[in-house]
Design a protein around this ligand. Structure first.
Ligand SMILES: [Zn+2]
Length: 412
């Protein structure tokens, strides 16, 4: 089975689930392939739990399929290191007497960027868990230990046996991808005890609703976290939220510190977050109505605009998970001659199901383009500036640059 329908709330187990935001059926968003593909369409729908307010996708796609041929690195964007440094300080604030031999575990450790900070500060007992073999290899080259596998009971036992209990556990941008959260937290307890502190981060439901980050809704992201339902859920595993923060990472993220025994408890940070969640009515099932209507309008506008250029060569800028959602949600699957993306690993691949080819934006290619629609809209300004500085003078043709979100605009 490629995917299975989820009949109960991942957190409170209630079967009272109601549709919150239904998209067009969409192929697995990250499945860009070397050869043309016939990827099938899968329902993409956010459900709301009427009992605890939690939001989750209506289906879960087979883990082996959802990550395609290879697992991508979370974009090592500028500022990521600075961000990890802030979390490093947070770890020290909430963990009692953190010693240089204490165990630090990093889930989805990518190329070791986070653990490197601990290492450079003299921490000797650090380990990452990273299923993407090439990323694990990069980490190893930095002399940082890594388990090149998905997290499991066996992995947890191995960590406990070889290194004991963890003092700090970092879970960044991973929990929203986990289907069986109960199992995850049970396995975590194999090497977590009363002195363990967890730092957790994920894109947030608040960010999606507040900033129309609808392209954060795709099949890899099966949970959409906010604090209220998590508080009750985490209690079951004896974890308490001791610090909370809504921030602008990736357009809108949530950061939590979880502990069992700590003198530090930042009540103010939590009530501030809860207040904002209440303001945006995150517990309710119809929270998406505003952005739904907005996106309907934008869909009509962008299609009408591109109709005017129907005889021209149109490229889309951006080839990511979010791009796939963007194309399907705005009905743009047949509008583009090709896609452009700076990331080399994406180049020359075919987009999921639409089979639109992805190219590196070279001068020769840009000479053949009349219109560029910026799909990776959060980086729109950077993308356009890069073009203006590096390419604009070198090509004769005039390119019309269209930014679609947060609202449609043409770069002048
Ligand atoms: Zn629930």
């Amino acid at each position: 089975m490629l995917f299975k329908k989820i009949k109960e709330c991942r957190l409170c187990k209630s079967s009272k689930l109601i549709s919150s935001y239904k998209f067009e059926d969409t192929p697995i968003e990250d499945d860009y392939t070397k050869k043309k593909n016939k990827n099938i369409l899968i329902p993409l729908e956010v459900m709301s739990c009427l009992s605890c307010g939690f939001k989750q996708l209506s289906v879960v796609v087979d883990e082996k399929k959802v990550y395609g041929d290879f697992v991508y690195a979370t974009s090592t964007s500028l500022g990521l290191k600075e961000h990890f440094k802030i979390n490093y300080k947070l770890a020290h604030k909430f963990s009692k007497n953190l010693g240089k031999n204490d165990l630090i575990v990093d889930f989805g450790s990518s190329g070791g960027e986070n653990l490197e900070i601990f290492k450079n500060n003299g921490y000797r007992n650090i380990i990452g868990i990273e299923p993407a073999k090439d990323l694990a290899q990069i980490t190893k080259k930095k002399n940082i230990d890594v388990i090149p596998n998905f997290f499991s009971k066996a992995v947890a036992k191995k960590i406990k046996k070889e290194r004991g209990y963890a003092k700090i556990i970092c879970i960044y941008n991973l929990l929203a991808n986990i289907g069986d959260l109960d199992n995850f937290f049970k396995n975590l307890d194999i090497f977590a005890d009363k002195n363990t502190t967890i730092i957790f981060e994920s894109f947030s439901l608040l960010g999606i609703v507040k900033n129309n980050l609808f392209d954060n809704i795709y099949h890899e992201h099966i949970s959409y976290f906010h604090i209220k339902p998590l508080q009750g859920y985490l209690k079951k595993f004896n974890w308490k939220i001791v610090y909370a923060e809504h921030n602008k990472i990736k357009g809108g993220s949530i950061k939590l510190v979880l502990a069992r025994q700590t003198k530090k408890y930042d009540k103010k940070s939590i009530s501030k977050c809860l207040k904002e969640e209440t303001k945006f009515k995150l517990m309710e099932h119809n929270i998406f109505n505003k952005i739904k209507n907005k996106n309907k309008k934008i869909k009509n506008q962008i299609n009408a605009l591109l109709e005017k250029f129907s005889k021209k060569r149109i490229a889309g800028y951006g080839a990511s998970c979010g791009s796939t959602v963007f194309l399907y949600h705005y009905g743009l699957t047949k509008k583009f001659n090709f896609l452009l993306d700076d990331e080399k690993r994406r180049n020359n691949l075919y987009a999921p199901r639409t089979n639109i080819r992805v190219y590196n934006p070279t001068i020769n290619l840009l000479k053949k383009v009349d219109v560029i629609v910026i799909i990776s809209w959060r980086y729109g300004k950077n993308i356009y500036e890069k073009f203006r500085i590096n390419f604009k003078k070198k090509i004769k043709n005039k390119i019309v640059w269209i930014q679609v979100l947060p609202k449609i605009k043409i770069f002048k």
